[in-house]
Write a protein that binds this ligand. Structure first.
Ligand code: NOJ
Length: 589
């Protein structure tokens, strides 16, 4: 046994463990007929970086369709596709020029139909991204708005205002863009004079729509129906908390992060006038009713960076959306008390409105968990990591990310995986600056590296050029040279590989019905301190996460079901659970 390990030698049998504990029930199981989205594992596909079929170095829809078998073998229930609409790609497709077309970069409408049909055959549901807060500046509506006069119906689809100061040369208020810089841009009117300003909470190429305008609402009703008719199972709604703005457009002293009310409690700042306005919920009630007219439990998922769990839960009230990303969990540091608090709060808030909780660790907007958890300070992490920044401890980060994955996948509710997470993929933390494409890199004046590091094309085959991402080896962002170790073909069938750990976890999760299960905290385990060990039960499983620095010695007769690492056994046949490791065992009777 390693030096410094606690002496828990008295815990010799599983029954001793069972007898010593108290449990606190936090969440009850859902019924056997619960809708699929209450417990689904949903895999996020970022189309430009998943798989490229035509060799141009950018992933595409046929590439995804050809690789759907990977998702089905992994054992997920659904995929969420980030945007593939017609777009000039100023924000990687979150700037939509046509909501009813596929960008030729990714394929065609026939290609998405083929993808949906193949997914259906494999028993996978398909969720699309919907981007309602803003369009691209190349959308026909915005072009018409620029060509039309101030006050025209064309301008009223967006948020055009007169500027302040002499000649209206100053923006209408002080709102900033989330990506940095001023949140307004001034247009040149038809007669060549400087004219009105339009609001863009994100890039200058992403003008905000005016959701006070009934025409905007009707257009999105039709867009929803267009895709529901094509067979999609639901929508992940981008910037769901941003559609309605305070109509006074007051100046605001806060910094426009995506998080709604970070400053709400600060009397000098107050709640953000652009996020989480109460009337935004009317939009989702309307959409709820549209989805309800379709068969098959279609679902709406909110990307709402609300500042409290209660605010997040308002998006998933019975007559609104079905799920909301639980970003609090993603942002929580690697600490037993903090994670326990986050899990309790997330479950309690969602239970209060009868919605499932979601769990997510990584996506295309944040540094991947494998890299975040290898930094000296854990939590939400920086907005991108560059070569000059602190470099993550890759092995520590991977070990923790695997432990976190087994924590997450044992929780009741729905879980999200971001492509490559099942391979243990880290961020590219040393991308050359001249390949960066995220508008946040430019708009922040190069103070934020941005999100390119988590968007690098996936490695499928260790020995192939571009690690098998495309037939030519081309990749739109360079991959680190050592990524062969993460390639799928280097991990498939290899016992203890990250891929096999995820695959087994998903199988056990399904077999034990963990997604519709319960959660009860277990206290008093004679195995380690509550400050460093998380313990809970769900169905027949006891889940233990060792976040401390010492090794836990399990009773020899505790029946193990799964673990995030290979486990050693000491001379007394006691299983040793090292730091940053999660184990699933059968609850001792
Ligand atoms: C959230 C999306 O996830 C992100 O990628 C995008 O840049 C912003 N919304 C703006 O659409």
């Amino acid at each position: 046994m390693p030096d410094g390990a606690p002496d828990n030698g008295s815990v010799t049998s599983a029954q001793t463990v069972a007898a010593a504990t108290t449990t606190t029930l936090v969440h009850r199981p859902s019924g056997p007929d619960a809708q699929w989205w209450r417990s689904a594992v949903i895999y996020q596909v970022y189309p430009r970086s998943f798989a490229d079929s035509d060799g141009d170095g950018v992933g595409d829809l046929p590439g995804i369709t050809a690789r759907l078998g990977h998702l089905s073998r992994l054992g997920v229930d659904a995929l969420w596709l980030s945007p593939f609409y017609t777009s000039p790609q100023h924000d990687a497709g979150y700037d939509v020029a046509d909501y009813r077309q596929v960008d030729p970069l990714f394929g065609s409408l026939e290609d998405i139909d083929a993808l949906i049909a193949r997914a259906d055959k494999l028993g996978l549901r398909v969720i699309m991204d919907l981007v309602p807060n803003h369009t691209s500046d190349e959308h026909a509506w915005f072009r018409a708005a620029l060509a039309a006069a101030p006050g025209s119906p064309e301008r009223e689809r967006y948020i055009f205002r007169e500027g302040k100061g002499p000649d209206g040369a100053d923006p209408p208020n002080n709102w900033e863009s989330v990506f940095g810089g001023v949140g307004w841009a001034r247009v040149t009117e038809a007669d060549g004079t400087p004219g009105q300003w339009y609001l863009h909470l994100f890039d200058v190429h992403q003008p905000d729509l005016d959701w006070e305008n009934e025409e905007v609402r009707e257009e999105f009703d039709a867009v929803l129906r267009f895709w529901l008719d094509r067979g999609v199972d639901g929508f992940r709604v981008d910037v769901a908390h941003g559609l309605i703005k305070d109509q006074d457009f007051p100046d605001w002293a806060g910094h426009a992060e995506m998080i709604a009310g970070d400053d709400a409690d600060n009397p000098d700042i107050g709640p953000a006038p652009m996020w989480d306005q109460p009337r935004v919920h009317d939009v989702y009630r309307r959409w709820h009713d549209i989805l309800a007219t379709y068969d098959g439990d279609r679902a709406l998922i909110a990307e709402a960076w609300a500042d409290t769990d209660e605010a997040m839960a308002r998006y998933v009230r019975e007559d609104e959306m079905h799920q909301a990303f639980n970003f609090d969990f993603l942002c929580t540091p690697w600490s037993a008390p903090d994670l326990r608090r986050s899990i309790t709060d997330g479950l309690t808030a969602c239970d209060s409105v009868g919605a499932p909780t979601t769990w997510v660790m990584s996506n295309h907007d944040v540094v991947r968990a494998t890299s975040r958890l290898g930094l000296r300070t854990t939590g939400k992490g920086p907005n991108g990591i560059g070569a000059q920044d602190e470099q993550p401890d890759v092995e520590l980060g991977l070990r923790r990310a695997r432990a976190a994955a087994l924590l997450m996948l044992a929780l009741p509710g729905s879980a999200y995986l971001y492509q490559g997470e099942e391979l243990g993929l880290p961020d590219h933390t040393a991308l050359p600056d001249d390949v960066r494409q995220d508008p946040a890199w430019w708009r922040s004046g190069h103070t934020e590296k941005g999100r390119d590091g988590c968007r690098v094309p996936l490695p499928w085959a260790a020995a192939e050029p571009g690690f098998g991402f495309s037939p030519t080896g081309a990749t739109w962002l360079p991959q680190p040279q050592d990524w062969g170790r993460y390639a799928l073909d280097a991990q498939r069938g290899v016992a203890g590989s990250t891929y096999e750990v995820y695959r087994s976890a998903l199988r056990v999760r399904r077999d034990f019905h963990l997604g519709t299960g319960s959660l009860a905290w277990v206290d008093g385990l004679p195995l380690g301190s509550a400050d460093s060990v998380i313990a809970f039960t769900n169905r027949q499983l006891l889940v233990l996460v060792n976040l401390g620095e010492t090794v836990l010695r399990l009773p020899a007769d505790l029946e193990l079901v799964h673990a995030s690492q290979d486990l050693a056994v000491d001379a007394d046949q006691r299983v040793l659970v090292g730091p940053d490791t999660t184990v699933w065992a059968l609850i001792p009777s």
